[in-house]
Design a protein around this ligand. Structure first.
Ligand SMILES: Nc1ncnc2c1ncn2[C@@H]1O[C@H](COP(=O)(O)OP(=O)(O)O)[C@@H](O)[C@H]1O
Ligand SMILES: Cc1ncc(COP(=O)(O)O)c(N)n1
Length: 288
C-alpha cells in the first residue's frame, strides 16, 4: 500500500460530529488521505445548535500547526472556523510565509442552525489577510455576501459575479456554493467556480433532506483531499460535489438527533472493498 498524502485541517470541534474537525477527518479518511488536525475551538454543539464555544489559545493552535507542518509535510491544508480576528491574523501569517500548501479556506461565519461562529473583525482579516494566500476559497452564498459587504446572490449570474469579485482579494480560485435555482423539473443546487480558467457553473438536482449539517465543511475538506491527491482545482470541486451528494443521499432517511441531522460521515465501502484475511476470529479458547 502506498503511503497516503497528508492533509491538515485547522478548524473547530463539533461535539455532535456533523461539522468541523470531525467532518474533515472522516472526509479525508474516506478519500484515502491521512488527516492531521489543529483544533481552533471546542464547540458544545449538537443537531439543534451551538450551545457554547471555548476558544483554544492562539499559541496552542499555532503549536499544533507548527508540529504537523514540521513532521508530516501536508500536501494540502483546509481552514474552517477561526472564530477570532487574532487567530485569523496568526494563521494568515503562516500562510503568508508560504507554509500552507494548496490552502482551502472555508470562511465559516454562521452555522446552519443560525449561530454566529465568528467574532467581529473576522470577516475583514479573512478578506484582507488570509484570502490572498488561498488556493481555493469556498464560501456559501451568505458568506460570500458578508465578505463582499452586500446581500446574498439571488441568481446564478449574481453568484458568478460574487465569485469573480471575491477573486479580486487574491486567491487562485473561489467557489461560491449553495445557490438554488427553480426549474420546471424541480430545484437545482448551484455552485459557481471562478479561477484562472474562467467561470464554471455546476448545477444538479437538489437532494430533499433536512440532514445537511456539515455539508460546507465536508465539501471544503473533500476539495482539499482531492487537491492533496494531485487533482486540478476544477476536478477537486467536481469530485467534492460528488462526495457531498453521495453523503446527502445516504443520510437523507436517517433520524439522528432532534434538529438538523448530520450529513453522512459513515463510509464502510473503503474497507469492505478490501477483504482483510488477518481479521479472523481467534479459534483458541472459549469465547469470553
Ligand atoms: N440539499 C442539497 N442537495 C444537493 N446539494 C446540496 C444540498 N445542500 C448542500 N448541497 C451542496 O453541498 C455543498 C456545500 O453546501 P453549502 O450548503 O453551500 O454549505 P454550507 O452552507 O454548509 O457552508 C455544495 O456543493 C452544495 O451545492
Ligand atoms: C465547529 C464548526 N465548524 C463549522 C461549522 C459550520 O458548519 P454548518 O454550516 O454545516 O453548520 C459548525 N457548525 N461547527
Amino acid at each position: 500500500m502506498n503511503t497516503p498524502p497528508v492533509a491538515l485541517t485547522i478548524a473547530g470541534s463539533d461535539s455532535g460530529g456533523g461539522a468541523g474537525i470531525q467532518a474533515d477527518l472522516t472526509t479525508f479518511a474516506a478519500l484515502g488521505v491521512h488527516g492531521a488536525s489543529a483544533v481552533t475551538a471546542i464547540t458544545v454543539q449538537d443537531t439543534t445548535g451551538v450551545h457554547d464555544i471555548h476558544p483554544v489559545p492562539v499559541g496552542v493552535v499555532l503549536a499544533q500547526i507548527e508540529c504537523v507542518l514540521r513532521d508530516l509535510a501536508p500536501a494540502a491544508v483546509k481552514v474552517g472556523m477561526l472564530g477570532r480576528p487574532e487567530l485569523s491574523e496568526a494563521v494568515a501569517r503562516v500562510a503568508a510565509a508560504g507554509r500552507l500548501p494548496r490552502l482551502v479556506v472555508d470562511p465559516v461565519l454562521v452555522s446552519t442552525s443560525g449561530h454566529s461562529l465568528a467574532a467581529d473583525g473576522v470577516v475583514a482579516t479573512l478578506r484582507e489577510q488570509l484570502l490572498p494566500h488561498a488556493h481555493l476559497v469556498t464560501p456559501n452564498t451568505d458568506e460570500a455576501a458578508a465578505l463582499l459587504g452586500t446581500v446574498p446572490a439571488r441568481s446564478v449570474d449574481e453568484q458568478a459575479d460574487h465569485a469573480g469579485a471575491l477573486l479580486a482579494f487574491g486567491s487562485r480560485a473561489v467557489v461560491v456554493t449553495g445557490g438554488t435555482v427553480r426549474t420546471p423539473d424541480g430545484t437545482e443546487r448551484v455552485d459557481v467556480l471562478a479561477g484562472p480558467a474562467g467561470t464554471v457553473v455546476f448545477r444538479s438536482p437538489e437532494i430533499a433532506t433536512d440532514n445537511d449539517h456539515g455539508t460546507g465543511c465536508t465539501f471544503a475538506s473533500a476539495a482539499a483531499a482531492f487537491l492533496a491527491r494531485g487533482h486540478t482545482t476544477h476536478d477537486a470541486v467536481l469530485s467534492a460535489r460528488g462526495l457531498v451528494r453521495h453523503a446527502l443521499r445516504t443520510s437523507a432517511p436517517w433520524r439522528l438527533g432532534s434538529g438538523r441531522g448530520p450529513v453522512a460521515h459513515t463510509r464502510t465501502t473503503c474497507f469492505e472493498a478490501t477483504p482483510d484475511p488477518t481479521n479472523a476470529p481467534h479459534s483458541q479458547g472459549a469465547p469470553r
